[in-house]
Every structure is written in C-alpha cells, then in structure tokens.
Design a protein around this ligand. Sequence first.
Ligand SMILES: Nc1ncnc2c1ncn2[C@@H]1O[C@H](COP(=O)(O)OP(=O)(O)OP(=O)(O)O)[C@@H](O)[C@H]1O
Ligand SMILES: [Mg+2]
Length: 457
Amino acid sequence: MKSKYKANVLLVDDEPNALRVLSAILNEASYNTSLADGVDKALGIVSAGTVDAVITDLKMPGKDGLYLFHHLKANYPDIPVIFLTAFGTVDSAVTAMTEGAFFYFIKPPDYIKLKAILDKAVEQRRLKYEIAELRSQLESTYGFSSIIGKSPGMEKVFRMVETIRDSSTNVLITGETGTGKELLAKAIHYTSRRHYRPFIAVNCAAVPGELLEAEFFGHERGSFTGAVSRRIGKFEEANTGTLFLDEIGELELSLQAKILRAIQEKEIERIGGNRKIKIDIRLIASTNRELVREVKLKNFRADLYYRLNVVQIKLPPLRERISDIPLLVTHFIDKFSQRENRRVSAVSPEAMNVFLQHDWPGNLRELENIIERAVVLAKKDMIGIKDLPHEIRKEIRAGNLQSNALKPLKEMEAETIIKAINIFNGNKSKAAAALGITRKALYSRLGKAGHKHSGKN
Ligand SMILES: Nc1ncnc2c1ncn2[C@@H]1O[C@H](COP(=O)(O)OP(=O)(O)OP(=O)(O)O)[C@@H](O)[C@H]1O
Ligand SMILES: [Mg+2]
C-alpha cells in the first residue's frame, strides 16, 4: 500500500479457523480486518460505514455469501466483494462475477494472488472516490453553482445555457467588463458533455499580435528564429475539449482569417509544418465590444462573426441586476472571510444602500474587489461605510447617492417601482412581476404617489 491509510477489510466465514488465518495474513500485509462468522453480523459491521472491501466465503449455513453480495450490491455498490469458494460451488461464484463481484478464489487461495487482487480492489475504490471528490470540487468551483444570480436577467442566461448544454455549438458571450464572461465560459464547459476533456483559454488581448499565431497553432522546430523546439498550439491542446477565445474583438484581421479557416475546415497546421491536424473543439468566444458595430466598421470579419455567433449569451451589467447585489455581497463576504480567516459576516444597511445605488462600471469584478478590500479592512464583523473606498464614499458626499434619510413610505415605494421599470427598459409587466405585484397594482401605486407613467407594456 502506498499511503499510510490502512484499508479495512471485512472477512466473512462460518469457520473461525479460516477467519483467523486470513486475518493474520492480511494484518501482516498492513490491512485492518474485521471478522464476521455469518452474514447478519457482517451486515452490522458494514452499516458502521468503515469497510473498504469484503472477502466472503460463499457457502455458509443460513444466509450465504451470495445473499451478502446482493445486499451489498444494492446498498453499497462501491464496496468490492471477493469470494472464497469450495471447488463444488465455483459455478455460483462465476455467476456472481458476471453480476459485478470483484474476483473469486477457490479454497485454499493462493495468498499472494489474493493480496494482489485485494490491493487492486481497494485502489479502484479509492480512485472512484477521488474522482467523485474532484468532480464535485470542479462543480462547485466552475459549475453553475459558482454563478450567483436570481435576477430575471440571470435566469434568462441560465435558461439559455441549459438549452445548449449538451450540444457542441459555438457560443459567443458578450457583456461589459467584469460581468462574468470567463466564469460563464468555464461553467458551460464543466457542465457539458466535454467536461472531462481540456478547457483551454487564450486571452487575445493579452498576447502580442505577432506571437498569437504560434500561440494558436503551434510551430515546428526551426520554423522561425526563436522556434528552438516544437510547440503545440492551443487549438491542438484543446482538441476534443473546449477552446475559450477571450476578448476576441481584439484579434487583428489577418489572424481572424486564420481562425476562421481552422473552424471551417476543422483542421490546423503548425507553423512551419506540412501536415494537417484534425481538430474537434467547441469554441466559446467572449467580447466586451459591440461586435456588430465592429463588423460594420470593417474591424471584424462578418463571416467569422456569424460562425462564432451561433448562440449568443449576453451577460447583463450589474446595474441591471440590482436584485442580485445582496446575494453577491454575501457570497463575496463568505469567500474572502474564509480565505482571510476573518469573521466578517455582514454589511451595514448604509453600506448596502451604497451598493444598491452605485453605478458599477466595473461590474462584478468591481464589487468583488471592494468586498475583498473591506473584509481585510473591517475592524468589526460588519462592513461599514468607512470600509469602502474613497471614491465611492465621495459619491455619497457629492450627493450622487440618495441619502439614507427616511422618506414617506409611499415615496420609497414609487421610487422602487420606477427603478424596476428602468431596469426592465420600460417594460411594466416585467417590472411588476419582479416586484411581485400585478401590473394594475403597479399603475395604481404609482398614481397614488402622484407619479404619471405613460405607455403600455
Ligand atoms: N454571477 C457571479 N457570481 C459570482 N461571482 C461572479 C459572478 N460573475 C462574475 N463573478 C466574479 O467576478 C470576477 C469577474 O468575472 P470574469 O473574469 O468572469 O468577468 P469577465 O466578464 O470575463 O471580465 P473581463 O471582461 O474584464 O475579462 C471573477 O472573479 C468572477 O469569479
Ligand atoms: Mg474575462
């Protein structure tokens, strides 16, 4: 065994002598053993939850080894079962193998072989655990559970993603800076059928133009000055997985043409190479530019745009998903409190009020940074106004933010309604739905507060 952890093996046999011998041998091989002289006792031990593998006699008075095996298969499918059987009952053991038993030995077993098989069984179970563990870690880091949001705008995003989740269509993610484009790209990959294949990201804005081609397609040794060894490009690395082209709007025209060719022909050629390499990738591209406009301005190839834009997902700016702010604030506070080992757990109502009214040009990244800073600075377990950056506090003083002074309830209600209407671009049905009232109620409440709102939606 490689690790220090001693696996626990349950031995089941109605013959005390057989148990003693096998147990001694396995203890020697640094296994822990639990002993049961019958199936009922064995089931009691298994239910305690510490058994890693079972070695059982097949023929026992009362409930036999097969009974035990079927019970384990139904209730503890991950526990491997190894049978010991007398020569006359080999048939049953073979049948059990076809039903998923791990192995069988004819008594008396070759103990060296038995230990080898047991090592394998325990290792397989450990790997299964490890994979399940990693999966769930990936899911919580990159899956949809990592994307916080219940606002109508985000619900729409989630619905869209749900419909494309198992297809391999190209996706274009648009949205202002810091709206979560990269996070979404990862979530799409890690919940798609390709989730166990590579996710490779290239930031088209961060790599200098003259190096990008090699970054994308790789090169053969000596293909240009500086190409001292062969290099695999990102298209090849992402093969069978997902390639994320971040900030694709920054790509220069000559490279756009090369990317388009790779997508269309589903093959690439390394620089200086003379061989076509087949590639199967799902492309996710992101941009904070208005690509349609860039196409009109001839900065972006129309044909590439259409290839990428099979499905477009638009991430709304934070100011259009104000209802998510409290959730996000809590999420970021938890994240940084944990990381910093601080006990900060809440924000003061005044600070929350600032968050709700700030314009958030840097979107979620800006909010995240502000909370990170505040968690570090906070003297108490609550983030207050004084833990916020100077610029935002300046806004309060300059009167950009409404003061927190109390107002007549009717007026606050009307303000909330108007804010909702603005969030939904004037669509009053949606605004009413988001506020949990009927459209009629929305009109009448506005009317009572003396606000006139025209137009039908
Ligand atoms: N819905 C969300 N829930 C939780 N965290 C989020 C959410 N959206 C974004 N974030 C966090 O905000 C930060 C910015 O997100 P991300 O890098 O994905 O944005 P982006 O749109 O790619 O930004 P840029 O255009 O600047 O590259 C990241 O730390 C990300 O984890
Ligand atoms: Mg990004």
